[in-house]
Ligand binder design. Structure first.
Ligand code: 5GP
Length: 193
């Protein structure tokens, strides 16, 4: 097991509805030393890629992306969740359905922070059905920018998002891929990488 898989096995909690709770170290309380290791690992996996910006989505992607950005020495832009009523001009907009909250949000990025000159690494905490990632990819495409790669902390390999994104041809680097979760026994199975 790698460092993240070990931490998930130790502190992750399985919930009904295929939800893995990792709020003691990843997306509520945040272990910044773990984030630092994750950033270092993504830097290695995306070696040689010309990346000048990291894009993530609020809220739980921000901390991970910010620490990872130190390793790439690039700025981080996060897509904001917005009610359509607040939308002003000069924004890229995409619709994202939340896996955990079962709601639809519009996510926005100001046009001035993403342009056709940008080579973007997308980072997020979880990949489940892939809605969040597809929204972020759409935003990069609207800007005419390039997706250089996608870094995910935890991919739930038994949901369809990973396959969809890999089939689209992107370099997707998930640091832990959970292939099975048994709520009854609390047992987790990780994919060999
Ligand atoms: P997707 O759009 O790929 O279906 O889901 C991705 C988003 O849903 C992530 O940004 C994450 O916030 C949330 N998410 C999906 N599955 C889980 C889960 O098992 N546990 C937690 N904590 N969040 C999840």
């Amino acid at each position: 097991m790698n460092f993240l898989e070990e931490r998930i096995a130790k502190d992750g909690i399985l919930k009904e509805g295929n939800v893995l709770k990792v709020d003691s170290f990843l997306n509520h309380q945040m272990d910044i030393h773990l984030f630092d290791e994750m950033g270092k690992e993504w830097k290695k996996r995306f070696e040689g890629k010309n990346i000048n910006k990291i894009l993530t989505i609020e809220a739980s992607g921000i901390g991970i992306a910010a620490v990872a950005a130190m390793h790439f020495d690039v700025p981080v832009v996060f897509a904001k969740k917005a009610k359509s009523i607040n939308l002003e001009g000069d924004m890229y907009v995409a619709e994202v359905e939340s896996f955990t909250h079962k709601t639809k949000n519009q996510v926005i990025v100001a046009q001035k922070f993403l342009t056709e000159d940008d080579h973007v690494l997308i980072i997020d905490d979880f990949l489940a059905n892939g809605c969040a990632l597809q929204g972020l990819i759409q935003i990069v495409q609207q800007a005419g920018a390039t997706v250089e790669g996608i870094g995910i902390a935890i991919e739930k390999g038994f949901q369809q998002g990973g396959q969809i994104i890999r089939n689209l041809g992107y370099q997707l680097e998930s640091l832990a891929i959970v292939d099975g979760m048994d709520v009854e026994t609390g047992e987790l199975t990780f994919r060999e990488q």
